[in-house]
Design a protein around this ligand. Structure first.
Ligand SMILES: Cc1cc2nc3c(=O)[nH]c(=O)nc-3n(C[C@H](O)[C@H](O)[C@H](O)COP(=O)(O)OP(=O)(O)OC[C@H]3O[C@@H](n4cnc5c(N)ncnc54)[C@H](O)[C@@H]3O)c2cc1C
Length: 254
């Protein structure tokens, strides 16, 4: 039997497990906010999987070149919309900025995302970082996502978030050799009409028949083409916060 909206996501005896494919800014912000909501009755175990082991950095924030600066001032790049000065405090404490108008290096911003994630892990526990490639996602019993991991094998999760970032095949997601393209080829997801990204409703992937999955979500560039599409950090942060709220509700559902 496969999952429907009426299936229980929660199990009384097991730690709920959201798994995130892709450990760049999108996956990291998703993990930060999922852990930040860990005051909920069931504390999740969040698994963040990045194929390059660049958790917290991804493509944009891995460059060590000090000439590579953010194009957005520090004041707009906090991980928490409710605490807009969080990044500025972090950067001034470490002597990397003097105020909210400063442009940090992209590497510093990666350090910030990594530190913010580590702080959540320290507070709540439950974070597992894996270096592995997610090659596909199947739906197991009760519609639970089974992430096919190239090295460590299948991982059965309660929720999967596709945060695999920029699509290598600019222009046509169906030609993407990475996870987004595979999900379409495997009949799990469908492209949005312009084929720029995956079709979503409030971040949930749509099945080929246009129904929203209740356990499969995406964040960041794979949403390219959607009306609310945006790949800038302030927008990704807002979506990560909403997604964490929604997933917590799903995981707590009796
Ligand atoms: C050069 C650059 C500068 C930017 N500067 C700014 C800025 O100043 N301000 C701003 O607001 N925004 C900026 N952005 C935009 C925004 O921050 C990025 O779009 C954002 O980093 C997207 O993050 P992501 O995690 O979705 O994707 P990515 O950074 O692409 O990360 C995805 C991660 O997933 C991994 N991955 C991919 N496929 C798999 C798989 N199958 N299994 C496991 N792991 C996988 C990749 O190796 C990568 O580490 C910038 C973007 C770029 C490219």
């Amino acid at each position: 039997m496969h999952g429907t909206h009426r299936d229980s996501i929660r199990t009384a005896t097991r730690t709920p497990l959201p798994a995130i494919a892709g450990g760049g800014a999108s996956g990291t912000l998703a993990a930060v906010h999922q852990l930040n909501r860990a005051g909920a009755p069931l504390r999740p175990r969040v698994v963040l999987i990045d194929d390059d082991g660049r958790h917290g950095r991804g493509v944009a924030y891995a460059t060590p070149d000090p000439a590579h600066l953010l194009n957005t001032p520090a004041a707009a790049m906090s991980a928490y919309s409710g605490d807009p000065h969080h990044l500025v405090r972090w950067a001034t404490d470490l002597g990397r900025a003097t105020g909210g108008g400063d442009l940090l290096t992209r590497y510093d911003y990666g350090d910030y995302l990594r530190d913010t994630l580590a702080a959540q892990e320290l507070l709540h526990g439950g974070l597992e970082l894996r270096t592995d490639r997610v090659t596909g996602i199947a739906l197991g019993p009760y519609g639970r996502p089974v992430l096919r991991c190239a090295t460590l094998g299948p991982l059965t999760a309660d929720i999967a978030i596709v945060a695999t970032g920029h699509l290598p095949s600019a222009g046509d997601v169906t030609a993407d050799p990475d996870l987004a393209g595979t999900l379409i080829a495997d009949g799990i997801a469908r492209p949005e009409p312009l084929r720029l990204g995956l079709e979503t409703r409030d971040g949930a992937l749509l099945t080929p028949y246009g129904h929203p999955h209740d356990r499969l979500f995406t964040l960041g560039p794979p949403r390219r083409g959607a009306l609310d599409d945006s790949t800038a950090v302030p927008k990704i942060r807002a979506k990560a916060e909403r997604l964490a709220e929604r997933i917590t509700t799903l995981l707590d559902r009796p």
